[in-house]
Design a protein around this ligand. Structure first.
Ligand code: GDP
Ligand code: IMO
Ligand code: MG
Length: 431
């Protein structure tokens, strides 16, 4: 049995979906354990490009069991659309392929409205959330006011749960000047309609996982967002409302017995992007940044927003590797750098007269001046490279520099969005 986590170690959108899909080939279960519908994980197989928000990126393999743990906030409207989209494309023909924990809290329409309203109220101090209602749903989860998936199975309990929260939600909506109001009867009717369609998928995730582990199977944990967006160790308040390291993968999946992970694979682009507000030391608000956005297709999978782009920041990456305990790295989108005459990489931050290569915490990202090393680009198409030896020497040096700086081995290098466009140096199960 191997337990392997794949997590983002920048600000999200590192290509986790692609890497999880790649490793799912040898997995028995793939599990989402945190985040919610704010995630947008893209999987490209042949001509199909599939965007997933809740459903684990292993779903394209019919014999892989995909689990959504109790740590995920699930939007029943969005997940049903996702399931329908996959079914139309010929996937998830057997409902047993997907299980959603009955213990997972739901994202309600009022959470989405409040998310948008709170952002508007913050004005210039806005966080730049995805507007998916994840923050307000997590508040209710922690406040023990959340309505969970199992309520969908019991009409009367669902109605009572909605009735209990509606007065407060409507008062909040009024406070924020939102025109919508929650009608308990309309919401209950909508949810019970969705519930009937989702019922086959609501199954005890912890017992499925327990059985899988008892059989000695391979389990992949799929992180959402990225370490620098972590609720506690990211640059608060410009973060998401969950812990994004692999630390929560067992509790968020519902594994209540002590286990340790065999590998934690941190996914990073060969450059950097961020969507939403907050510090981004190596951001390039210039021609280089625009070129990365255009060639890398850097537009949000969930919101379509243009992603901010910049050079790879090894100082931030080293911090993320340290705090998340990564044992290996997967580097994606190195093909995008082929279009640059010169490539910069941040190897230090200037703080006064000093240049430092370590930071104590992500709050330090706010006022730093990046120091770059510049090298000539390789200017060669990498998209058909399948072995390390197929890469030009300069690209290999780039990978070596990442390994040396972070002290973490690079086990896969992605040279395009498709499954086959990958240089696999080592399998995660054998690390
Ligand atoms: P995630 O949220 O971490 O799963 O990442 P997203 O799916 O939001 O964004 C990554 C984007 O990059 C997707 O459109 C992927 O198809 C694409 N992608 C992944 N790996 C590569 C790569 O090596 N090269 C290129 N050009 N695109 C890639
Ligand atoms: P994946 O899993 C990139 C960002 C938002 C915003 C902040 C808070 O695809 O990598 P939220 O809606 O979570 O309250 O927004 O977090 N954010 C992401 N950025 N990728 C994601 O997910 C993200 N999920 C949230 O842009 O800055
Ligand atoms: Mg994404």
């Amino acid at each position: 049995m191997s337990l392997v986590a794949v997590i983002g170690i920048q600000w999200g959108d590192e290509g986790k979906g692609k890497i999880v899909d790649l490793y799912s080939k040898d997995a028995n279960c793939v599990v989402r354990y945190q985040g919610g519908s704010n995630a947008g994980h893209t999987v490209a197989v042949g001509e199909e490009v599939i965007a997933l928000h809740h459903i684990p990126s292993g779903i394209l393999y019919p014999n892989v069991k995909c689990l959504i743990g109790s740590g995920v906030v699930v939007d029943p409207y969005v997940i049903l659309d996702e399931i329908n989209m996959l079914r139309e494309k010929g996937f998830v023909q057997n409902p047993a392929q997907l299980a959603i924990s009955p213990l997972a809290n739901m994202i309600m329409p009022y959470h989405r409205w409040l998310d948008v309203a709170r952002e508007q109220a913050r004005g210039e101090r806005k966080i730049g959330t995805t507007g998916r209602g994840v923050g307000p749903a997590q508040e209710d989860r922690v406040g023990r006011r959340g309505i969970r998936m199992y309520e969908l199975l019991h009409e009367e309990r669902l109605e009572a749960a909605i009735a209990a929260v509606v007065p407060e939600k409507n008062a909040l909506l009024e406070y924020y000047g939102v025109k919508e109001r929650v009608s308990p009867s309309v919401l209950a009717a909508e949810l019970s309609h969705l519930g009937k369609k989702l019922t086959p998928f609501i199954q005890s995730v912890d017992s499925l996982l327990f059985q899988s582990m008892a059989r000695g199977e391979n389990v992949l944990f799929e992180g959402a967002q990225g370490v620098l967006l972590d609720l506690d160790i990211g640059s608060v308040p410009y973060v998401t409302s969950s812990n994004t390291t692999a630390a929560t993968c067992l509790s968020g999946a519902g594994v209540m017995v002590p286990h340790s992970l065999d590998a934690i694979i941190g996914v990073s682009k060969a450059y950097a992007t961020r969507v939403g507000e907050g510090p981004f030391p190596t951001e390039q608000v210039n021609e280089d940044g625009s070129k990365m956005r255009e060639i890398g297709g850097e537009f949000g999978t969930t919101t379509g927003r243009a992603r901010r782009c910049g050079w790879l920041d090894l100082v931030a990456l080293k911090y993320a590797v340290r705090v998340s305990g990564c044992t290996a790295l997967a580097i994606t989108k190195i093909d995008v750098l082929s279009y640059f005459d010169k490539i910069q990489i941040c190897t230090g931050y200037r703080m006064g007269d000093e240049t430092v290569s370590d930071i104590p915490d992500a709050m330090s990202l706010t006022h730093v001046q990046p120091y770059y090393e510049e090298s000539p680009g390789w200017k060669e198409d990498l998209t058909s490279a399948r072995h390390l030896k197929d890469l030009p020497m300069k690209a290999r040096h780039y990978i070596d520099l990442i390994e040396d700086f972070t002290k973490c081995p690079v086990v896969s290098i992605s040279v395009g969005p498709r499954r086959d466009q990958t240089i696999e140096r080592k399998k995660p199960w054998k690390l």
